[in-house]
Design a protein around this ligand. Structure first.
Ligand SMILES: Cc1cc2nc3c(=O)[nH]c(=O)nc-3n(C[C@H](O)[C@H](O)[C@H](O)COP(=O)(O)OP(=O)(O)OC[C@H]3O[C@@H](n4cnc5c(N)ncnc54)[C@H](O)[C@@H]3O)c2cc1C
Length: 285
C-alpha cells in the first residue's frame, strides 16, 4: 500500500513480484494471493558490533583517546572552552558533538519535546532449516499485526525477528521494563503465519531502544545559538546504516558551521530541530 507507493516515489530499485513468483523464489515464506510483494536486491546486513569495533580502532590509530564506560554528566558551554564533566574528570574542548542515542535528552534538554524513547523486543529462534536459507524480510501486517521483520542472526544459526514498534509510552532509558504480557506470543503468531518452515524454539529475547521523533525524521543540528556544539538523534530504528552520512554532517556542522554535502545547499537543514516544535529554540539554552 502506502509503503510500496513511497518506495516507488523515491525511485528505489525494487522488483514487484506476483505471489506465485515470490512463492517459487522464496519457498521458506508464505505469500497470500492478495499480498503486494517488493523484492529489494540491493539490501544487505551490517555486522554492527564489528563495525563499531573497527571505527574504534580507526580513531584510536589516528591518535584519538576513546574513553569507554565513561558517562558524561554535564556539558558546560559558559566559558571560552567547553567543559565536559564526566565520571572520570573534566575535559576541555573547542568543539563538541553529542550523539548519546536514547540518552540524548539528558545532555541536550532542548530536544525533550521532540524525542521519545520506545523500547523494542527482539527475539531469536531456531528454525527447522538453516536461518541463512531465508531472505531478510519485512512484513507489513496493517492494523492487525503492524510491521514485523526477520533476518538471519550473524555468528550463529538463528532467526532474529521483531515487531518494529514506533508508538508507545515514553520510557526512561535506564529503567526499561520487561516485554508486555503477550508481546512474544504475538510475534510468534506472525511468524507462524508467514514462515513456511518450522520454528523449533525461542533462543531468548533482547530489549533495546528506539529514539523517535514525531515525524520519524532524524534531528541533526547545532545547539541553538552555539555553533561550537552539534548533536544528533539518528533515530527511528534506521540510524546505523546512515552513520557515515550522519557523522559527516555532524563534523561539517561543528567545523564549518554548515554541511555542504552533495544534493543540497545545506544538507543539515533537512534534519534541523524544527523551531515550530520547540518554542524559543533559537535562543541559547
Ligand atoms: C532493535 C533495533 C533494531 C535496529 N535495526 C536497525 C537496522 O536494521 N538498521 C539501522 O540502520 N538501524 C537500526 N537500528 C537503529 C540503530 O541502532 C540506531 O539508529 C543507532 O544505533 C543510533 O546510533 P547513535 O550513535 O546515534 O546512538 P547509539 O548507538 O545509541 O549510541 C549512543 C551511545 O552513547 C552512549 N551514551 C549515552 N549517554 C551517555 C553519556 N551521558 N555519556 C557518555 N556516553 C553516553 C550510550 O551508552 C551509547 O553507547 C535498530 C535499533 C534497534 C533498537
Amino acid at each position: 500500500g502506502s509503503y510500496a507507493a513511497a518506495v516507488g516515489a523515491a525511485g528505489a530499485d525494487v522488483d514487484r513480484l506476483a505471489p506465485s513468483v515470490a512463492q517459487r523464489r522464496f519457498p521458506a515464506l508464505r505469500f497470500t494471493n492478495e499480498a503486494e510483494i517488493l523484492h529489494d536486491r540491493t539490501g544487505g546486513v551490517i555486522a554492527a558490533g564489528e563495525t563499531v569495533q573497527a571505527l574504534h580502532r580507526l580513531v584510536a590509530s589516528g591518535g584519538a583517546d576513546v574513553l569507554e564506560d565513561t558517562r558524561v554528566l554535564e556539558i558546560d558551554r559558559s566559558g571560552q572552552a567547553i567543559r565536559i564533566v564526566s565520571e572520570r574528570g573534566v575535559l576541555h574542548a573547542d568543539r563538541v558533538v553529542i550523539a548519546s542515542g536514547a540518552w540524548l535528552r539528558e545532555l541536550v534538554p532542548v530536544v525533550r519535546p521532540d524525542v521519545r524513547v520506545v523500547p523494542q523486543t527482539v527475539e531469536y529462534f531456531r528454525l527447522g532449516v538453516p536461518a541463512r536459507s531465508l531472505p531478510a524480510w519485512v512484513h507489513f501486517g496493517g492494523a492487525e499485526s503492524g510491521v514485523t521483520y526477520g533476518l538471519a542472526d550473524l555468528g550463529r544459526d538463528a532467526l532474529k525477528a521483531a515487531h518494529h514498534v514506533t508508538q508507545g509510552p515514553d520510557t526512561n532509558p535506564d529503567e526499561v521494563a520487561p516485554p508486555a504480557h503477550g508481546e512474544t506470543d504475538a510475534l510468534r503468531g506472525v511468524l507462524d503465519r508467514i514462515l513456511a518452515v518450522p520454528v523449533l524454539e525461542s533462543l531468548g529475547i533482547e530489549r533495546c531502544l528506539y529514539t523517535m521523533t514525531p515525524t520519524e525524521d532524524f534531528v541533526i543540528d547545532h545547539w541553538p545559538g552555539d555553533p561550537r556544539v552539534a548533536f544528533a538523534s539518528a533515530c527511528s530504528g534506521h540510524g546505523f546504516k546512515f552513520a557515515p552520512l550522519t557523522g559527516r554532517i555532524l563534523a561539517e556542522l561543528v567545523v564549518n558551521g554548515r554541511a555542504d554535502l552533495p544534493g543540497g545547499p545545506d544538507m543539515a537543514s533537512l534534519f534541523a530541530l524544527r523551531p515550530t516544535a520547540v518554542p524559543g529554540a533559537s535562543a541559547p539554552a
